[in-house]
Design a protein around this ligand. Structure first.
Ligand code: ATP
Ligand code: MG
Length: 344
């Protein structure tokens, strides 16, 4: 048997990140027994590191991360740190430095989880958000800062290269799912970028005649997300719209404890990164009550990304069964971990 060993960069990060990440690793180990081996390299990054020695993401550490096969991230953040320091200096530096141009967020309503929607129906879609361009690319600036004439700009950069590669990813993903893509943009107002996105979706779509596609403005999409989320299969959108829409999507499928995400370099040149969508939850950190499910599902996404589909499905099925049976019970982090492990 081809039992390959993979090197995984582990960034437990802050707060509950430190509590849930080891659970995810344990589940990963058990699910892949006999199939793959992992060498974990721990990276001490995040708010605590920054508060201790001022380092956010030293270039030398970024280079070491580049040598790994994938990254498992817990959570980053601390209310004591000025907004933007860790977001731009760590998370965006990783995303851009590793050219993680696909931000992938599966949204599935598991049986047993309560959605805030009255009649949620079956919800199972994936948001494919562009991760390196748009309004988050860092172009723009503050002009005449701190004067009454101050001007602040952020420029949305969209390249045909950048859009096409994420569009292709969405089509490939749609082929493995229900074969429908919904492009979300605001092309009636953002006529330059919106038009380009639409043309590229149309053009690439010709290579995938089995995949249907439609279009919604972002404002309409936020409404459908709560009135009829069952209509979505693959939702394709840009960086800013995707950021907002994925938070809304996460809440319709029952909130932060169950949602994982991936920042993916689909070219395979650099490692991809997998993390729960929730933050470091300082309010419950250290109490041993954080739900590790999203971290476990992040590990499953990581395995799938390495081509280890079999253990990924194993984990997803175990989690699904665990949620169905136990979602309404109050359990400790360790209990949830033990219950999931017991089902593998
Ligand atoms: P960030 O700025 O880091 O994204 P946030 O303000 O979005 O942080 P979170 O850290 O995601 O906040 O926490 C939001 C709320 O959800 C908190 O009350 C937190 O305790 C709760 N929460 C987050 N993750 C979990 C988890 N895994 N298990 C249980 N509760 C959680
Ligand atoms: Mg948050």
């Amino acid at each position: 048997m081809n039992r390959q060993t993979y090197t995984i960069a582990v960034v437990p990060g802050d707060g509950i990140g430190k509590e849930i990440t080891p659970v995810a690793q344990e589940v990963m180990e058990k699910a892949t027994e006999g199939m793959a081996g992992f060498k974990y390299v721990d990276f001490d990054l995040g708010a605590e590191r920054y508060l201790r020695d001022g380092a956010v993401l030293p270039d030398e550490e970024l280079e070491r991360i580049k040598q790994t096969d994938a990254i498992l991230l817990g959570a980053i953040g601390d209310p004591r740190i000025h907004a933007g320091v860790l977001e731009r200096g760590l998370l965006l530096k990783l995303r851009f430095g590793l050219d993680q141009y696909v931000n992938l967020r599966p949204c599935k309503l598991y049986k047993g989880v309560e959605s805030p929607l009255k009649n949620p129906g079956d919800i199972d879609f994936v948001v494919v958000r562009e991760g390196t361009e748009g309004l988050y690319c860092g172009a723009g600036g503050a002009i005449r800062k701190d004067t009454p004439d101050e001007v602040a700009t952020e420029v949305s950069v969209n390249t045909a290269y950048g859009v096409e590669r994420v569009v292709r990813y969405a089509y490939e993903l749609a082929m493995k799912r229900r074969r429908h893509i919904t492009l979300v943009h605001k092309k009636n107002v953002l006529i330059n970028a919106g038009d380009m996105w639409q043309r590229i979706v149309d053009r690439v779509g010709q290579e995938y005649p089995e995949v249907s596609h439609d279009y919604q403005h972002i404002d309409a999409a936020t409404i459908f997300m709560v009135t009829d989320p069952g209509r979505f299969d693959v939702v394709l959108t840009d960086n800013l719209f995707g950021d907002i829409l994925t938070d809304e999507a996460g809440s319709v499928v029952g909130g932060v404890g169950y949602s994982a995400s991936g920042c993916i370099n689909a070219s395979g040149k650099y490692p991809s990164m997998f993390e729960p969508i929730h933050g470091s939850a300082p309010d419950i950190a250290g109490k041993g009550i954080a739900n590790p499910t999203a971290a476990v599902l992040s590990a499953a996404m990581l395995l799938r990304n390495l081509g280890l589909d079999e253990p990924a499905v194993l984990i997803e099925n175990a989690v699904e069964a665990d949620i169905e049976q136990n979602a309404s019970r109050r359990r400790s982090t360790a209990d949830v971990g033990r219950d999931i492990l017991g089902r593998l």
